[in-house]
Design a protein around this ligand. Structure first.
Ligand code: 1HN
Length: 348
């Protein structure tokens, strides 16, 4: 049963007005709005078309360099949350462009970031002294407070989706940031070191975890895709998700990032998923294939590199045209740790 707001009488109104200057509010006058029987999100279902985002970024590249901008990014703002730099209530997302020869200078901040590579013939990002080459579909993380800079020595534009936990850090008033004062940090770790060290089903003997983020910072698409391709043969489809795998921190099996959960999902040809809803508003990036999804009945069509959002507690049904692969991100790791995560499968 939902809470109901008691009716207002002239005496009650006068009372509310009398406590207002004292910085007090009567709970019973606002309770129904703040303790809701189900999530009531300001976040709306929406899709951003890659062609449009890319075109506008190329236009922006004539106006400002990556260096002057610090990061040349167009923020994907949820239509229900305009002006707040949010794609969902708890997450920030934007698409970043680095033109040939450009650098995005080294800096660090409390916010954790992920990059999902949308277009790259070999752009580079350096995290904590180690460079990694970026290819389409790679999932790259920049853990909080680690130095990072980006470069593009190729002939073609490099674009990726950035997802950061900015609204979460904002909520806790815990933001720190600083520039390095140099375009590029020193590369003092061999390329591929962290993937070899932590991403081969082994760990250095005696390794002790020092941060909640995964020590792997590039999860290459070809590896993740290969896993899905092999598993496909078993033909074990989850009715709501097809085949959905989460990216993990190999040290403890937790999510790769403490604040943002990420998955790669294969929807087989001919599948229409069973209705699903969960408390973690989720952003999807189709990597392969086209299709449509219904979000609380609202149809969203999608193709490669588009970005679309399913808000908290909105029922979603996916229907790929052929086989499709989707990258997904949400704040699920935090909700799980706080005991808040809920889901409903099927027509419940
Ligand atoms: C940031 O550091 C990057 O490093 C991208 O590429 C987007 C948005 C807000 C704050 C920091 C990056 C960002 C950001």
């Amino acid at each position: 049963m939902a809470f109901e707001t008691p009716s207002e009488t002239p005496e009650r109104r006068a009372f509310y007005d009398s406590i207002d200057p004292e910085n007090m509010t009567a709970l019973w006058s606002v309770m129904a709005g703040i303790i809701t029987p189900e999530p009531t999100s300001g976040c709306k279902p929406h899709a951003w078309r890659y062609d449009t985002v890319r075109e506008k970024l190329i236009e922006a590249s004539a106006l400002i360099s990556a260096k002057e901008a610090e990061r040349r990014v167009l923020i994907l703002e949820n239509p229900g949350l305009r002006g707040q730099s949010r794609i969902t209530t708890s997450l920030y997302a934007g698409v970043q462009l680095v033109m040939p020869g450009e650098v995005a200078p080294a800096h660090r901040h409390s916010q954790s970031a992920l990059r999902f590579v949308l277009e790259s013939a070999g752009g580079e990002t350096v995290v904590n002294g180690e460079v990694t080459n970026m290819q389409y579909g790679d999932f790259v993380i920049t853990p909080h407070w680690q130095w990072h800079d980006h470069g593009n020595d190729t002939q073609d534009p490099v674009l990726w989706l950035d997802v950061l936990d900015i609204p979460i850090v904002q909520f806790f008033d815990a933001s720190f940031a600083e520039g390095m004062g140099e375009d590029q940090q020193k590369r003092d770790t061999p390329e591929g070191d962290s993937l070899a060290r932590y991403g081969a089903n082994m760990l250095p003997l005696g390794y002790e975890k020092s941060t909640p983020a995964s020590p792997i910072f590039n999860y290459p698409y070809d590896r993740s895709r290969e896993a899905l391709e092999r598993m496909k043969a078993a033909r074990e489809w989850d009715p709501c998700h097809g085949l959905k795998m989460r990216y993990v921190n190999p040290v403890n099996g937790d999510w790769a990032m403490p604040t943002v959960g990420t998955c790669l999902q294969l929807l087989p040809k001919g599948m229409k998923t069973a209705p699903y809803k969960s408390t973690d508003a989720t952003g999807f990036v189709p990597v392969e294939g086209r299709g449509r999804s219904w979000v609380n009945g609202q149809e969203i069509t999608w193709g490669p590199r588009d970005v679309f959002v399913v808000p908290s507690w909105h029922e979603v049904v996916h229907e790929p045209e052929g086989e499709a692969v989707l990258f997904a991100f949400s704040d699920r790791p935090i909700q799980e740790k706080l005991g808040l995560f809920r889901e409903a499968r099927g027509n419940a």
